[in-house]
Write a protein that binds this ligand. Structure first.
Ligand SMILES: Nc1ccn([C@@H]2O[C@H](COP(=O)(O)OP(=O)(O)OP(=O)(O)O)[C@@H](O)[C@H]2O)c(=O)n1
Ligand SMILES: C[C@](O)(CO)[C@H](O)COP(=O)(O)O
Length: 222
């Protein structure tokens, strides 16, 4: 059985809405509810912890906890609220900002962790753009065209063996603040991380155009 941590405590500054991003209405419901539906539909998930903005009540059947200053601080708070568990227990972390996640994506990530000896498995999609490294003195000068075949755009869900995630989240606050995902901290602390393929549709709502796209895709599903 697995524990799921849904992080929904971000401010959403790049979206520029009136309130926290996870509470923004998307295809008729607060954004975080779409991810909760997907997590609740997976039989292997026995507990869901939600990191929320201060003062927001926990959704029914979940454990609520106040989020931290940065994303990985919220993951740390959620893991603490989940209570103790065995070292090899799968702990799944998902962003409420990825409302297009499906039960199938979640199950594929959990199964992939069980099938490997890795410390973590992250949902990801092969990169389809050509990526150039820019900078090196002249801010706009192209330095390199990166070999695309080795590049994957990483998403959530990210599934960890509990001990590896706990070790990563025990790093100092500034290490957590600098990380854009938890798997990156696992890598820095000597852990092994694999990818499992996931559709590009599992996009992250960051800016207003993402919100419009997510609404269109969710309305298509309903
Ligand atoms: N202190 C934080 C920051 C982020 N998150 C969550 O982490 C996910 C990914 O974060 P991001 O999309 O960067 O959200 P925000 O931090 O809200 O966005 P911004 O950087 O534009 O303010 C989101 O589900 C967000 O709610 C969180 O729980 N706690
Ligand atoms: C964790 C994440 O969703 C992986 O793509 C992403 O890095 C978090 O978003 P942020 O905007 O970089 O905080």
């Amino acid at each position: 059985m697995a524990v799921a941590l849904l992080v929904a405590a971000g401010r959403g500054e790049r979206l520029g809405a009136d309130g926290p991003k996870a509470l923004v209405m998307l295809a008729g419901r607060p954004m975080y509810e779409w991810s909760l539906d997907a997590l609740r539909a997976v039989a292997a998930i026995e507990r869901i912890v939600v990191a929320l903005p201060d003062g927001v009540a926990a959704p029914a059947g979940t454990i609520g906890v106040a989020g931290g200053a940065e994303r990985s601080h919220s993951v740390r708070a959620a893991l603490a609220a989940a209570g103790p568990g065995p070292d090899d227990e799968p702990v799944l972390v998902h962003d409420a900002a990825r409302p297009l996640v499906t039960p199938q994506i979640v199950v594929r990530a959990l199964d992939a962790l069980a099938a490997t000896g890795a410390d973590a498995v992250v949902a990801a999609a092969p990169v389809t753009d050509t990526i150039k490294r820019v900078g090196d003195g002249d801010a706009l000068r192209v330095v390199e065209t990166v070999q695309r075949s080795a590049l994957w755009a990483v998403q959530t869900p990210q599934v960890f063996r509990r001990a590896a995630l706990a070790r990563a989240l025990a790093e100092p606050d500034h290490v957590l603040a600098a990380a854009t995902d938890d798997a990156g901290i696992v890598e820095q602390t000597g852990g092994t991380v694999h990818v499992v393929e996931s559709p590009r549709e599992n996009l992250k709502v960051t800016t207003p155009i993402d919100l419009r796209l997510a609404a269109l895709l969710l309305e298509e599903r309903c």
